[in-house]
Design a protein around this ligand. Structure first.
Ligand SMILES: C[S@@+](CC[C@H](N)C(=O)[O-])C[C@H]1O[C@@H](n2cnc3c(N)ncnc32)[C@H](O)[C@@H]1O
Length: 244
């Protein structure tokens, strides 16, 4: 009888400890999606002026935009329609959008060009890495996170982008007085967001009732929100300002 071969299979944790690889839990699953002709053209013709690249590292917003207007950062803008509408309505601000879904980035650029919007730049990359590598500390006047993927099942909650660590990262990137604005149509996620924000030092809740705020006029209805309304979901907005 031969000896049983030694079991060589390692757990993920063992491999991580040995520095073999770092396991990443991402807040998105990359969807394959074909680009429409219009999205492809927009990316080819306007990336040079509207696109920002992760590999270029830390940005200086004043250099990027050629002025020192306050900067609004939106994470996960989807197809970008509401972001373009906000940028068009607020020429006194600069906007940076981050989205991983390439057709969405193409659609956003295409719509921005059509609308003559020139105060918007976009990244096609994971927002977590952009925040870590490209956005300077205390540089943002607003961070927007509208209808992030809710990851409904409990076993998937670790994929949710909002966590204690994430809200602290956002706080570091905001100027004092800057606002972190989130919205979701998933009640359990809204409650978790509120808990993370309440537990975080250095934020003040802008809600008069110390929980949620009514949707501000400045936030147009997003594509996802419209879908939520059709499904009969409620919507919860949270706004917190950085106090120190
Ligand atoms: C549910 S959709 C909402 C889109 C849009 N905000 C709206 O309200 O219509 C969430 C979006 O976030 C993007 N996303 C998720 N995690 C991301 C990340 N780490 N970095 C950049 N985009 C992300 C997804 O690709 C998706 O387009």
């Amino acid at each position: 009888m031969t000896d049983k071969p030694e079991k060589t299979h390692k757990t993920i944790e063992q491999a991580e400890q040995e520095g073999k690889y770092i396991r990443k839990v991402r807040s998105f699953v990359k969807r394959e999606g074909r680009l429409t002709k219009g999205q492809e053209r927009a990316l080819n013709e306007h990336w040079q002026t509207m696109g920002l690249n992760h590999e270029d590292g830390l940005i200086d917003p004043q250099v990027v935009f050629g002025n020192d207007k306050p900067v609004v950062l939106e994470i996960g803008f989807g197809m970008g329609k509401s972001l373009v509408e906000m940028a068009k309505a607020a020429p006194e601000l600069n906007f940076i959008g981050i989205e991983v879904h390439k057709p969405g980035v193409g659609a956003c650029i295409s719509y921005a060009v059509e609308q003559g919007v020139d105060n918007l730049k976009v990244y096609e990359h994971d927002a977590i890495e952009i925040l870590a590598d490209c956005i300077p500390s205390a540089s943002l006047s607003t961070v927007q996170l509208f209808f992030p993927d809710p990851w409904h099942k409990k076993k998937h909650h670790k994929r949710r982008i909002v966590s204690a660590e994430f809200v602290e990262t956002i706080r570091q990137k905001l100027k004092v007085g800057g606002v972190f604005h989130m919205a979701t149509d998933w009640e359990n996620y809204a409650e978790c967001m509120l808990e993370d924000m309440r537990n975080s030092q250095g934020y003040k809740n802008l809600s008069e009732t110390n929980d949620f705020v009514p949707r501000p006029e400045s936030r147009p209805l997003t594509k996802f929100e419209n879908r939520g309304h059709r499904l009969g979901h409620g919507v919860w907005d949270l706004q917190f300002s950085k106090v120190d």
